[in-house]
Design a protein around this ligand. Structure first.
Ligand code: GDP
Ligand code: MG
Length: 298
């Protein structure tokens, strides 16, 4: 019998450094939501890559928030905390164009206690000259004993194949944790709600996106019409936010529905019917039971 290798690979780093882009490049599927606003990734998202001889389970974590102001943000930090102890390989992703001083000092201290190999991933090197990349490499590696260092562009997928191969060689012997044809541990409706949330981020401004939570409450195949019927709630914290979301004469939410439907159809490769309903739930970000319902508990 051939040996089988498997492991959990955690991607950590500050918001906006390119963690989600990297995971998508490695997993090869559009699993987590990418957007240039920080804090888009609220949950731990798992992507799975399998071969006959190995299985890699990736977690893309939300960025660490230095001073949590909402309970929701505390939960987000808790997700990040768990990635410090349950992995087989850890990747610290940094935005190489940002000065090192921007970096959260606390993370270096936390890394000292990590038992698995920690890879340093210098991302966004497409924006830098070779000399700048070398300088950043020297600086970062003087701060911590990384197992290996990679300079990549997650966006252009340069250097990602080499990183992928290094991850494969660092996997311990282990079983298949998930069926080999599975790409993620999240159900399809989770991605549907993430797509709706992504469109809210694109179409609305200021505090609106961060006040919304999208819950898909019905997801069913209509075999007669050969489409999927999807009904979702968008929860907001205040009535004024509901009015903005709906817009004058329902124009804004109509645009949102059209944009979301297009992407969901692309993702599911099937025609869909989508109904969005806005509901006010006062201050859900500080409401324990709402947070539980929305899946922020572990
Ligand atoms: P996350 O918050 O760490 O998950 O970061 P994202 O993956 O959401 O990326 C944040 C922003 O950086 C997005 O606008 C990406 O397109 C951009 N980005 C990610 N990787 C690269 C890269 O290698 N080069 C450049 N130029 N931009 C990148
Ligand atoms: Mg992200």
């Amino acid at each position: 019998m051939d040996k089988h290798y498997s492991g959990f690979i955690n991607i950590i780093g500050q918001p906006n450094v390119g963690k989600s882009t990297l995971m998508n490049a490695l997993v090869g599927e559009r699993l987590s939501i990418i957007n240039n606003k920080p804090q888009t990734t609220r949950h731990r998202i798992i992507g799975i890559v399998s071969d006959d001889h190995f299985q890699m389970v990736f977690s893309d974590t939300p960025g660490f928030i230095k001073k949590p102001t909402y309970k929701m943000q505390e939960r987000m930090n808790a997700f990040v905390e768990t990635s410090f102890d349950d992995g087989d390989v850890m990747m610290l992703v940094v935005d190489t164009t940002e000065p090192l001083e921007q970096f959260n000092e606390e993370l270096f201290t936390r890394l000292q206690n990590v038992e698995c190999p920690v890879f340093l991933v210098l991302n966004k090197v497409d924006l830098l000259q070779p000399a700048q990349i070398e300088a950043a490499k020297t600086l970062w590696t003087s701060r911590f004993q990384f197992a290996q260092t990679f300079s990549i562009s997650a966006l252009n997928k340069t250097g990602t194949e080499e990183l992928f191969q290094a991850l494969v060689s660092n996997l311990p012997e282990g079983p298949e944790y998930y069926p080999k044809d599975q790409l993620t541990d999240r159900p399809e409706r989770f991605f549907v709600s993430e797509i709706v949330r992504e469109k809210i981020l694109e179409l609305y401004h200021q505090e609106i996106p961060y006040s919304c939570e999208v819950i898909v409450h019905t997801f069913k195949e209509d075999e007669e019409k050969n489409l999927i019927r999807i009904y979702a709630y968008i929860f907001v914290a205040r009535n004024t936010q509901k009015q903005i979301l709906i817009g004058k004469g329902g124009q804004a939410i109509k645009q949102l529905g059209i944009a979301a439907r297009k992407d969901i159809e692309k993702f599911l490769e099937k025609q869909i019917f989508l109904e969005l309903m806005v509901k006010v739930r006062d201050n859900w970000r500080d409401d324990e039971s709402a947070l539980r319902q929305f899946g922020y508990d572990m």
